[in-house]
Design a protein around this ligand. Structure first.
Ligand code: IPE
Ligand code: IPE
Ligand code: MG
Length: 241
């Protein structure tokens, strides 16, 4: 059986989701402004992408900015948008080398022009890469995604292209931002909060959850491997006996 870092590769999740939480508290503990925590958190993003790629994980979805996060102070929102641009510009060459394919999920048309442009560029540049698929959840909310998909379906019904009887799980999947992607097998949330905060609500129906008190900037490769090793030992039943 193929192993890496002592993990049974065949048992690893295909799709990992991460709710990257605790940047603000990391900064507060150090008497730093919240944005310092976001900057530090970007380093953990690098680790998560690299480690997932090394292990042959197919999809990594990072919850970077929620539909609710728009309610934060303007300065913090601006900082996060600029950080996204900075991350994509700085990392694009390395992501290319690592064969990472970037995609976004969420209502990205709400992003500032510069952020959207940089994101679309990164998606285009990496579109043919065959390694890790990196989904960046930006202006993402599970409920918003479901609303948008229902609206698209409703228009098709109205135009007579779909009949109501055609609407089933598979059809709904096709209209979600995660179209053609497997559901997340494992969702990790840092910072001690035990909630989904609107992350992958439809897709996460049977995800395994892993929570840690560690704040996102402190989340290490060792701990990620620990979460994965814990996952490999779980028994998933999907409702069966
Ligand atoms: C996660 O850290 C980053 C985003 C939500 C963008 P937070 O900024 O939520 O940090 P805490 O939860 O206040 O510590
Ligand atoms: C969830 O974190 C969103 C992201 C990690 C991007 P929040 O910090 O926004 O979630 P709540 O407000 O604690 O539920
Ligand atoms: Mg938070």
């Amino acid at each position: 059986m193929a192993q890496k870092y002592g993990l049974d590769i065949a048992k690893l999740p295909v799709h990992v989701g991460m709710i990257m939480d605790g940047n603000g508290r990391w900064a507060k503990k150090r008497n730093l402004p919240r944005i310092a925590g976001h900057r530090e958190g970007a380093k953990t993003v690098r680790m998560a992408v690299k480690t997932s790629g090394e292990l042959g994980i197919k999809v990594l979805t990072l919850y970077a900015f929620s539909t609710e996060n728009w309610k934060r102070p303007k300065e913090e929102v601006n900082f996060l948008m600029n950080l996204l641009v900075e991350y994509l510009v700085k990392e694009i060459d390395e992501l290319q080398q690592e064969n990472v394919r970037i995609r976004s999920i969420g209502n990205v048309s709400d992003l500032p022009k510069k952020a959207l442009e940089t994101l679309k560029n990164a998606e285009k540049k990496t579109a043919n890469n065959k390694g890790l698929q990196l989904n960046l959840a930006l202006s993402y909310g599970g409920r918003d995604e479901i609303v948008r998909s229902f609206r698209k379906i409703a228009y098709k019904v109205k135009d007579g292209l779909i009949s109501p009887e055609d609407i089933d799980h598979d059809l709904i999947n096709e209209y979600l931002d995660t179209k053609n992607q497997p559901d997340p097998d494992l969702i990790i949330r840092t910072s001690g909060e035990m909630r989904l905060s609107n992350f992958l609500l439809w897709q996460g129906a049977y995800s395994e959850l892993w929570f840690t008190d560690t704040l996102w900037p402190d989340f290490s490769k060792e701990e990620y491997l620990q979460a994965l090793e814990n996952f490999t030992k779980r028994q998933r039943r999907f409702g069966k006996a």
